[in-house]
Design a protein around this ligand. Structure first.
Ligand SMILES: Cc1cc2nc3c(=O)[nH]c(=O)nc-3n(C[C@H](O)[C@H](O)[C@H](O)COP(=O)(O)OP(=O)(O)OC[C@H]3O[C@@H](n4cnc5c(N)ncnc54)[C@H](O)[C@@H]3O)c2cc1C
Length: 117
């Protein structure tokens, strides 16, 4: 794939991370995003180990560490008030960050990393 020119349509997390992966495979990547400036949606996202492992591998570990938190516990709730605690400590111990962050941050970090290559 080296030297192949690829257009990625959409600069969300999916498009930006795909662009990083393609770039690492030697492609020349252009990301096209319809929105000039991405606005905050008012929600954080939890990045679970499989995803954070990839982000770390793509050189975004520092950014994840800077604004992410590593919750040791989460809770699943049901309509009838049943709650199930879920321990996340073993995931955190595997050193895959469970970062809670706003998804737009991830796109922005990827864009900066893509642009700097
Ligand atoms: C409230 C909320 C909470 C969430 N919590 C979590 C969570 O905890 N953990 C988790 O993993 N996920 C979570 N998600 C889901 C996660 O945010 C999405 O799955 C992810 O952001 C999708 O990324 P994407 O790049 O596929 O799509 P999008 O983010 O939708 O990006 C698509 C991009 O393509 C652009 N685009 C579309 N058409 C065109 C075009 N024709 N030309 C140019 N650009 C175009 C759009 O403007 C957009 O920027 C949450 C989502 C929401 C809404």
């Amino acid at each position: 794939m080296s030297g192949l020119r690829v257009a990625v349509i959409g600069g969300g997390i999916g498009g930006c991370v795909a662009a990083l992966a393609l770039q690492r495979a030697g492609c020349i990547v252009d990301v096209y995003e319809q929105v000039p400036v991405k606005g905050e949606v008012g929600a954080g996202i939890q990045i679970l180990p499989n995803a954070s492992r990839l982000l770390n591998a793509y050189g975004l570990a520092q950014q994840l560490e800077a604004i992410g938190v590593r919750p040791s516990m989460t809770e699943a709730r049901r309509w009838d008030e049943f709650t199930a605690p879920i321990c996340l400590a073993s995931s955190a111990a595997r050193s895959h960050r469970i970062a809670c962050t706003w998804g737009g941050d991830v796109s922005a970090w990827c864009s900066t990393t893509i642009a700097s290559k």
